[in-house]
Design a protein around this ligand. Structure first.
Ligand code: PLP
Length: 373
């Protein structure tokens, strides 16, 4: 058996693409402050300008609409505070960097597949005259479920609301056209698409309001003070360029899910009734807690996640699955498998074999113990 690790946790972080690493090393070697007027400064500025064009192209934005940040978390915080709307409506399945940024936001419920309840959104928008900001993610980090952003924008516009979309998990995995969608703000993160962690961007529609309480220099057209992370931004740009075509994993998810359901017909795939990202499967292994699965699969050399790994090392019950009405005991057995740019068919085969072995060893024996008790 091969001892090489199988990495199927791209929704936590995608490995750095070699071309992004090369661009980063080159930028680090070259140095220079992009605000300096001399040749070194101009070279650093040129790297940022190139990356700005590459990131803008990924989501159909104009280069001038891209504000580089320290990641998706900062992009979300910047949009939610910077739009200047006191009334904020967010879906129940948003990432913590949205939910915790606006603790008094009005929560829009989701259905059993994790898709925003449009009628509830419409009712909430109509409940007050006060102009709102609506924040709904493009794709969910745990289930991959896609939200009907076009419909959400239509309802929001009719009520005079601005729209923010956290597209951290969608960018590079599904086609995204910021202006086609009609959103005002779009958050991105480099490390979900093969760039470095600690870099991201907020795309701000030309003309949309954006204030910031961050004090300092006039970088990013006075929208984000602080000397730019040139190497990180250069790596982000190259990763965005490579991610433009999406992932070459057509049909893989169906094969994976079919095989897992064949092994455990009573397993449940979360969000299965919704359109989903091709790279994400969130599945229960009946009777086996997620942390047991993660540890056992790790011993087999397979890296996957239980719930949202990006927010904490410890396993807490998934708020997304809870919002979808999933029973606590079932939610605790949910495993997230997420593919990415360097995934191969044999990775899936190794996962299926290890999952089968674990299910037979632990799952069935747990269930027979439960029956005997
Ligand atoms: N939004 C979503 C949907 C995410 O999945 C994540 C990270 O997992 C973030 C935002 C935060 O991005 P970053 O890690 O770049 O701060």
């Amino acid at each position: 058996m091969s001892t090489a690790s199988v990495y199927l946790d791209h929704n936590a972080s995608s490995p750095l693409r070699p071309a992004a690493l090369d661009a980063m090393v080159e930028a680090l070697r070259s140095g220079g402050n992009p605000s300096s007027v001399h040749r070194m400064g101009r070279a650093a500025r040129a790297r940022i300008d190139a990356a700005r064009r590459q990131v803008a192209a990924l989501v159909g934005a104009l280069p001038a609409e891209i504000v580089f940040t320290s990641g998706g978390t900062e992009a979300n915080n910047l949009a939610l505070a910077g739009a200047g709307r006191r009334r904020v409506l967010v879906s129940a399945v948003e990432h913590d960097s949205v939910l915790k940024a606006v603790p008094d936001a009005e929560i829009i419920p989701v259905d059993r597949d994790g898709v925003v309840d449009l009628a509830a959104l419409e009712r909430s928008l109509a409940a007050s005259e006060e102009a709102a900001l609506v924040s709904v993610m493009f794709a969910n980090n745990e289930t991959g479920a896609l939200q009907p952003i076009g419909e959400i924008v239509r309802l929001a516009r009719a009520a005079g609301a601005l729209v923010h979309c956290d597209a951290v998990q969608g960018a590079g995995r599904a086609p995204i056209e910021m202006h086609g969608l009609g959103v005002d703000y779009l958050s991105l993160s480099a490390h979900k698409l093969g760039g470095p962690a600690g870099v991201g961007a907020l795309a701000v529609r030309a003309g949309a309001p954006l204030s910031t309480d961050r004090r300092g220099g006039g970088q990013e057209s006075s929208r984000r003070a602080g000397t730019e992370n040139v190497a990180g931004i250069a790596g982000f740009g190259v990763a965005a360029k490579e991610a433009y075509g999406g992932l070459a994993i057509d049909g893989w998810r169906a094969g994976l899910e079919g095989a897992l359901l064949n092994i455990a017909p009573d397993a449940r795939i979360f969000g299965a009734g919704a359109p989903r990202l091709d790279n994400t499967t969130c599945i229960s292994m009946p009777g086996v807690r997620a942390e047991t699965q993660v540890m056992a699969l790790d011993l087999s050399g397979i890296c996957v996640s239980a719930g949202a790994a990006c927010s904490s090392g410890k396993v807490t019950r998934s708020a997304t699955l809870t919002a979808m009405g999933v029973d606590a005991a079932v939610a605790d057995t949910a495993l997230r498998i997420s593919l990415g740019w360097n995934s191969a068919q044999q990775d899936i085969e190794r996962l299926i074999a290890a999952w089968r072995e674990l299910y037979i060893r632990v799952g069935r024996s747990d269930m027979s113990r439960a029956r005997a008790a």
